[in-house]
Design a protein. Structure first.
Length: 137
């Protein structure tokens, strides 16, 4: 009987929760995956919050590096050269390829502001984030 009691006590001690508990796993929800083409070595990432007023336009522009945007608030209408206009809303991700004309990147609402978080994937020595181009005539 003493051996059984000893075994129960040892089991209780070994199975008792310790002071340092492992936290539950984080919930990770995939948003999207963008393929960088052509592939590039990234030396730094600049993360920028961009606040748009209602109906505010960015204007035609080019990025010398790939840019990944995340819609934090509001909605955007985007047209990348060769593609159709696409509407993006809160929680969606937008990919702007390097050295590609972005014909339109505008707040899609005339009434509400919008916020974008931009991630600029810079290579070694790249510091210029955007080149604003003149509007078409």
């Amino acid at each position: 009987m003493n051996n059984l009691l000893a075994a129960i006590l040892i089991s209780a001690i070994l199975l008792a929760p310790s002071g340092a508990q492992t936290p539950p796993p984080l919930k990770r929800t995939p948003i999207t995956q963008h393929h960088i083409s052509p592939a590039k070595n990234v030396a730094s990432i600049s993360v920028v919050r961009i606040d748009y007023k209602p109906a505010q336009r960015t204007g035609r522009h080019i990025h010398p590096m790939p840019v990944i945007g995340y819609v934090l608030e509001g909605s955007f209408v985007v047209k990348i050269s060769g593609g159709a206009e696409t509407h993006y809303t809160v929680g969606q991700s937008i990919y702007e390829p390097a050295d590609t004309l972005i014909e339109r990147f505008d707040n899609d609402s005339a009434m509400k502001p919008a916020v974008l978080i931009g991630h600029y994937l810079a290579g070694a020595g790249q510091t210029e984030l955007v080149r604003i181009l003149p509007d078409k005539e």
